[in-house]
Design a protein around this ligand. Structure first.
Ligand code: UD1
Ligand code: MG
Length: 449
């Protein structure tokens, strides 16, 4: 049985933010959500200690079977654990995790747990080139762990130690309950340090086993914005690597961002500076050009998204092309072989198979049939200042350039609308409709000199 405790009550002063540290986002989800997701497969119960922004932290987590524990005052990591120990089963192995150490893998924790089985207590450590800021692992001549000394409490000798405490430990419930009450505040910060239970356990003849993590980036702590940015890049590069292994072409993995989940078929290619947000799905052979933002979209086989396009909560058909510089807003469906061109905004509309909106248009609250041609600069005037109205354009219609369609309005099948028209009434199918004054020329007119 594995009972987890996650510490998430701190404010995170080094972040210099109004929001609690564990709420900061990494790859589109909070630091705390990463920790919860990684420990979930192993744990029989998850206890999260909250304090700063307690309600916000609670609501940010997408998992309902959590025991929330309130730490009213943040008196240190040891004090935080004290608040949760009554929930821990003495027979269980308790895994303690920090909400600001989010990138560990489930497998690393599995190994740490098995290390704790013989001794009852194991620590996850790591060797760092620059250990500044972290608690140092103190070992005796026989390499056995004696204590952890916090950075602020180190002497010169201890400062040189490069093996640090990741903050992650596995300890038998009964041992934790026994030692956690013995902490004292005799340190430079006047706090109850969780890390002091190591020397207390050693005094009680417990051997502390350790797992030295061979992947430094898994266990980095995030205390300030520099570390947050560093962790973001590590996370994105890891995702890019995994996706490339699964066949995605990524032009430059150092300029790839996926803040959510991405599913893709064979032979998809993603150019530089593309940001994926939420849940996205690409069919086969989808090409995404530079500088696109793609959020909660489903994009069909052989579709091409050209540079600088934004797609938000929309479905794009197969063989469709969108962009460059297009903005596809929520609840839009672009059909197969359809084409949305440059400087076109589409909102809550469906554009059926084979239709084209190639240049400089606004299409909102519209249903456009198949093989419709919408000329340059066509605007659906969907808003009268109070209500939104629908525009319906039936199959095969041709809308001349610079037409305004004042909704509600319906354009019939195979209708043609002359360029520059202001359409205020329904347009019959098969005919030419235009609302344009006859052009005149004044014969004797001369330009003033
Ligand atoms: C801690 C460890 C340090 C380790 C480092 C690894 C202690 C005393 N030090 O230092 O040995 O090298 O993490 O990243 O444990 N928290 C609470 N309540 C509190 C205080 C903190 O819930 O009263 C939470 C914070 O929200 C945070 C976590 O505990 O998620 C760690 O606290 P933090 O202040 O970041 O500790 P570090 O200085 O990083
Ligand atoms: Mg920290």
């Amino acid at each position: 049985m594995i009972d987890a405790i996650i510490l998430a009550a701190g404010q995170g002063t080094r972040m210099k933010s109004n929001k609690a540290k564990v709420l900061h986002q990494l790859g589109g989800k909070s630091l705390l959500q990463h920790v919860v997701d990684a420990i979930k497969p192993l744990s029989s119960s998850i206890n999260i200690v909250i304090g700063n922004d307690a309600e916000l932290v609670k609501n940010s987590i997408n998992n309902h079977s959590i025991n929330w524990v309130l730490q009213k005052k943040q008196l240190g990591t040891g004090h935080a654990v004290q608040q949760a120990t009554s929930n821990i089963n003495g027979e269980a192995t308790c895994v303690i995790l920090y909400g600001d150490v989010p990138l560990f893998s489930t497998n690393t924790i599995k190994s740490l747990i098995s290390k704790s089985e013989s001794t009852g207590f194991s620590l996850l450590s790591v060797i760092l080139d620059n250990p500044t800021g972290y608690g140092r692992i103190i070992r005796d001549k026989n390499k056995l762990i004696k204590a952890i000394v916090e950075d602020k409490d180190t002497n010169r000798q201890e400062q040189k130690i490069d093996e640090i405490n990741t903050g992650i430990m596995a300890i038998q419930g009964s041992l934790l309950k026994k030692y956690i009450t013995q902490l004292e505040t005799d340190n430079s910060q006047g706090e109850l340090y969780l890390t002091d239970i190591v020397k207390i356990a050693v005094k009680d003849s417990v051997t502390i086993s350790s797992l030295v993590c061979d992947n430094v980036s898994e266990v980095m702590g995030i205390n300030d914005k520099n570390q947050l940015a560093e962790a973001e890049r590590i996370y994105q590069q890891q995702q890019a690597k995994d996706m490339m292994s699964n066949g995605l072409t990524i032009k430059d993995p150092s300029r790839f961002d996926c803040r959510g989940n991405l599913i893709f078929g064979k032979d998809c290619s993603v150019d530089i500076n593309v940001v994926f947000e939420g849940e996205n799905e690409l069919g086969e052979n989808v090409l995404i050009a530079p500088n696109c933002i793609i959020k909660n979209a489903k994009i069909g086989d052989h579709a091409e998204i050209k540079a600088n396009t934004i797609i938000d909560n929309a479905v794009i058909g197969s063989h469709a092309t969108v962009g460059p510089f297009a903005r596809i807003r929520p609840e839009t469906k672009v059909g197969n072989n359809a084409r949305i061109g440059n400087f076109v905004e589409v909102k809550k509309s469906s554009i059926d198979d084979g239709s084209k909106v190639p240049h400089l248009s606004y299409v909102g609250d519209s249903t456009i049939g198949q093989n419709v041609n919408v000329g340059a600069g066509v605007i659906t005037c969907n808003y009268d200042g109070v209500n939104k109205h629908q525009t319906i354009i039936k199959n095969g219609a041709f809308i001349g350039s610079d037409t305004q369609l004042i909704a509600p309005v319906t354009v019939g099948e195979n209708a043609t609308i002359g360029a520059g028209s202001t359409i205020t009434q329904d347009v019959p199918g098969e005919k030419l409709t235009l609302s344009r004054k006859k052009q005149t020329t004044i014969p004797n007119w001369k330009r003033k000199k």
